[in-house]
Design a protein around this ligand. Structure first.
Ligand SMILES: [Zn+2]
Length: 227
């Protein structure tokens, strides 16, 4: 019997750091409303900002209480170390009232200006029609530029069962407290309504268990260049 071929030096899985992938580059997170991004990827965005990426949190529109919710979103973005853009700045606006070409046009303008290396946005598995509309519009913007495209878990203030299976995980053990603070900055959505945000800590803990870290955020991967 011939001697067995030498095994590769290591089969051990190696994770690639966010810093090495996106450090010094621009990453854009696109959410339908204020608080969506903090709920879904607050820990990831804080990590990216810490690791020298330019992180832009783009909120498509504010449906009500414009000044209050804008101020809350600004505070949350500051906590995470990110820039904030409200794409419809003229006042309250519902995405449901926009034409599809208008929504795609807003995102096209953003992508043309920022030339992101990666985009994080809603998945198709959502219960909120606005979130699905933003998901579809983000897919349309891919024709302008090749960027990594990730989808995040459904976001809500009260728990609603929606199927979502992460395919990638970001370790947010070092930024979970920033995420929770950023969520709590949205007083009108949580404490102001007698709601707490602990289900998002619970979800991060559960996602962390899936990959052997204390806290993680789960993503679906739509497109990613492995160089
Ligand atoms: Zn929303």
């Amino acid at each position: 019997m011939n001697a067995p071929a030498l095994a590769p030096k290591s089969f051990q899985a190696r994770s690639v750091s966010l810093a090495s992938r996106y450090g010094g580059r621009t990453v854009v997170a696109i959410g339908a409303h204020p608080d969506d991004l903090e709920l879904a990827v607050g820990g990831t965005l804080a990590r990216l900002a810490r690791e020298s990426a330019r992180v832009v949190m783009a909120v498509v529109s504010i449906p009500a209480d414009f000044e209050t919710r804008k101020a809350e979103a600004l505070r949350a973005a500051q906590i995470l170390g990110c820039e904030l853009r409200i794409l419809v700045e003229s006042g309250c606006c519902r995405i449901d009232d926009m034409k599809n070409y208008q929504l795609v046009g807003l995102l096209d303008t953003l992508v043309r200006e920022l030339q992101p290396a990666a985009v994080f946005t809603h998945s198709a598995n959502e219960f909120h029609r606005d979130h699905i509309a933003v998901h579809n519009a983000c897919h349309s913007t891919q024709r302008l530029k090749s960027f990594d495209l990730f989808h995040f878990s459904p976001t809500m203030t009260r728990a609603v069962p929606v199927t979502f299976h992460p395919r990638a995980y970001i370790d947010v053990s070092t930024t979970i407290e920033l995420k929770m603070q950023a969520i709590e900055a949205h007083l009108s959505q949580f404490a102001g309504r007698g709601l707490d945000s602990e289900m998002y800590r619970d979800l991060a803990r559960l996602n962390g268990r899936m990959v052997g870290v204390k806290y993680a955020e789960g993503l679906d991967v739509s497109r990613m260049l492995l160089a």
